[in-house]
Design a protein around this ligand. Structure first.
Ligand code: AMP
Ligand code: ZN
Length: 115
């Protein structure tokens, strides 16, 4: 997508602090971290949001989660735990319309909404 900032990060037109990359998935540090660990994990394919997911994307989204697991090991925060959040649409406050998975950690995440 031409005017999508995360597609531009995938293309290298906008710089990012990369944490992980393979042919399908990219992870980079959030520019405005909400916690000591704040990494965004995205599919390279442009999918605007959860409601745009198709059956053909099921493998890709599964891969996102196994990649999150890899990143947690690689970055050394697997044991201490973390939270994964995806905003979808207006009520969630989603700002970037390229689906992404926030990994948050590095502190006690006391602001639990669910559970
Ligand atoms: P959301 O509100 O779920 O759409 O989250 C969008 C996230 O993208 C926010 O946490 C922003 O700080 C982050 N963000 C926006 N632009 C960039 C960028 N160029 N590099 C890294 N993170 C970004
Ligand atoms: Zn995009």
């Amino acid at each position: 997508m031409d005017d999508c900032i995360f597609c531009k990060i995938v293309d290298g037109q906008i710089p990012s602090k990369k944490v992980y990359e393979d042919e399908d998935v990219l992870a980079f540090h959030d520019i405005n971290p909400a916690a000591p660990i704040h990494i965004l994990v995205i599919p390279k394919k442009h999918i605007a949001m959860l409601t745009e997911l198709k059956e053909e994307d099921e493998m890709l989204i599964g891969k996102i989660y196994t990649t999150i697991n890899k990143i947690a090991k690689q970055e050394g925060f697997e044991k201490q735990g973390y939270r994964v959040i995806t905003n979808c649409g207006k009520d969630s406050g989603q700002e970037v319309m390229h689906i992404h998975f926030h990994i948050l950690g590095g502190k006690i995440l006391g602001d639990k909404i669910v559970g």
